[in-house]
Design a protein around this ligand. Structure first.
Ligand SMILES: *[C@@H]1O[C@H](CO)[C@@H](O)[C@H](O)[C@H]1NC(C)=O
Ligand SMILES: *[C@@H]1O[C@H](CO)[C@@H](O)[C@H](O)[C@H]1NC(C)=O
Ligand SMILES: *[C@@H]1O[C@H](CO)[C@@H](O)[C@H](O)[C@H]1NC(C)=O
Length: 476
């Protein structure tokens, strides 16, 4: 690490450096807004888990290797996104450089607090067996680790915990985790970082699920979710608003009282993906119900949802899907998408009522489990011996890796620009190869619920990420 710092000081020319960070976002009614300007913020994002879910270990998570983060942040900045979601994190690792790099790129982060290692998640079939201090070392550990980074948009208290294998009681445990996290944040963090839940697209219980988490509970106000993510793969190929069932989703979530967004989207039944759903998601109708979404996912893994292919530690290919997604983003009217809307910002929650839950099979009581006493101690006094991160300064630079477009041509103009406001698509970038990347396959649509997230499928682990370290970082 130190050797590369030395090399860096001799090779990087003077570039802007920043101590300024992105302005934190907050929840206002059913919108995310910038906490200073109160402008609306819609998520234009990508799910980020290089190496796939099996690439995660207790020694390496997606935000612990600055070489990789700098490369990806530069390529994401060029793509035009403003948010990443990261699934699996290890609280004991240092995330300062990666968090600072994404912040400097104008990119917010939504973080899942669970991980797949022993003790790192809530068991959906018997949540009472894992609702314990062991699990909370992971949960509060992630909160401690990330609470000081201004670009943390929010935490997911759970991902697809409610599915076909879940017990009837799962919802009350998830709501308890939201409560405990929000109580922990209120007591131990300077900023009220929002906490939400990410749901599988099981259409017939979607409304019950959002009602269960968004309603106001007089005797436990902190257990209310701040936002709701939906993992949905119902738009495949050149579908339409109707054939993909997006009309139903808009109808379902129009009355939601918290921000709702696609925490995963991007069906790959038809390849290459052409991402025509982008125009629907950010269109006038749908933005009354949704606050954007995140495409699944950044790197190409065995399940073939990638936008980029990591060929080796120093070589990356931007796939056709990257270009196609970028073309869709470049068509968006960002000013309209990000303009504030007082009607939406002033929506109020309704009280929790059993009658708002329609399905008999869905839990309809809010008798939340009591906080285990050790967990209550953590909330009161902070998690002992848990490291918390802080921003380091980042200087703009180029990335050392070689980048190719999908035709094999090298792209030489990849720059990393330090920003102090959210990144936006810029209609000027493009891979140079034009017109060849439109999907030719016939349209295929599915309005069926597509509940199975591809995230569970094992995928290739990345090889060693060598490459030298071009980040100029030092303590503020
Ligand atoms: C949304 O609210 C309106 C007005 O109260 C109501 O007519 C409509 O049925 C609601 N939609 C859903 C899906 O609950
Ligand atoms: C503001 O939001 C409301 C409710 O979603 C919607 O009906 C209205 O069209 C929006 N106004 C603008 C200017 O987008
Ligand atoms: C809080 O209110 C809910 C809903 O009315 C109820 O089911 C629950 O038992 C109450 N909890 C406590 C601790 O009073």
């Amino acid at each position: 690490m130190f050797a590369s710092y030395a090399r860096l000081f001799t090779t990087v020319c003077a570039l802007t450096s920043t101590a300024a960070a992105l302005t934190p976002l907050e929840v206002s009614g059913k919108d995310f807004v910038n906490s200073e300007t109160k402008d609306r913020f819609q998520i234009i994002g990508v799910d980020y888990q290089p190496g796939g879910s099996s690439g995660f270990t207790s020694k390496l998570d997606p935000l612990s290797d600055p070489d990789v983060c700098l490369r990806d942040a530069a390529l994401m900045q060029r793509l035009g996104i403003n948010t990443i979601r990261v699934y699996n994190l290890e609280p004991s690792l240092n995330h300062d450089e990666c968090a600072s790099i994404f912040d400097a790129a104008g990119i917010y982060m939504i973080l899942d607090v669970s991980n797949p290692l022993q003790g790192g998640y809530l068991d959906r079939s018997a949540p009472w067996t894992t609702y314990s201090a062991i699990y909370y070392k992971q949960v509060f550990g992630v909160v401690e680790g990330f609470k000081n980074y201004d670009n943390v948009l929010g935490f997911f208290a759970g991902n697809e915990v409610i599915n076909e294998d879940a017990t009837y009681q799962a919802p009350r445990y998830i709501r308890a985790v939201i409560r405990d996290m929000k109580d922990y944040i209120a007591k131990n963090s300077k900023r009220a970082i929002p906490v939400g839940y990410s749901a599988a697209d099981i259409r017939d219980i979607l409304l019950d699920t959002v009602h269960y988490f968004e309603c106001d509970l007089k005797n436990s106000t902190s257990s209310r979710a701040d936002f709701f993510g939906l993992n949905s793969y119902s738009w495949c190929g050149d579908a339409s608003y109707k054939s993909a069932g997006y009309d139903e989703l808009t109808e379902d979530f129009t009355n939601a009282t918290i921000p709702v967004f696609f925490s995963e989207y991007g069906c790959n039944d038809v390849k290459p993906r052409i991402f025509t759903e982008v125009q629907a998601i950010y269109g006038e109708e749908m933005t009354q119900a949704f606050s954007g979404g995140l495409v699944y996912e950044w790197t190409q893994e065995k399940n073939e949802y990638g936008l980029v292919e990591i060929e080796s530690s120093d070589k990356v290919t931007l796939l056709v899907d990257y270009d196609n997604f970028q073309k869709q983003l470049n068509k968006l009217d960002i000013e309209r998408i990000m303009s504030s809307n007082a009607t939406q910002a002033n929506v109020k929650a309704e009280e929790c009522r059993a009658s708002s839950i329609k399905r008999k099979s869905f839990y309809n009581s809010w008798d939340l489990p009591e906080v285990p006493s050790k967990v209550a101690d953590f909330i009161k006094n902070g998690l002992p011996d848990a490291p918390s991160g802080k921003f380091v300064s980042v200087s703009a630079t180029t990335i050392p890796q070689k980048v190719y477009d999908h035709t094999g041509k090298e792209i030489k103009d990849i720059k990393f620009e330090v920003k102090t406001t959210a990144n936006t698509p810029s209609a000027t970038s493009g891979s140079g190869s034009s017109g060849t990347s439109t999907g030719t396959s016939s349209s295929s649509t599915s309005s069926e619920s597509n509940a199975a997230s591809p995230n569970g499928i094992p995928s290739l682990a990345l090889g060693g990420m060598g490459g030298f370290f071009m980040l100029l970082a030092h303590l503020l």
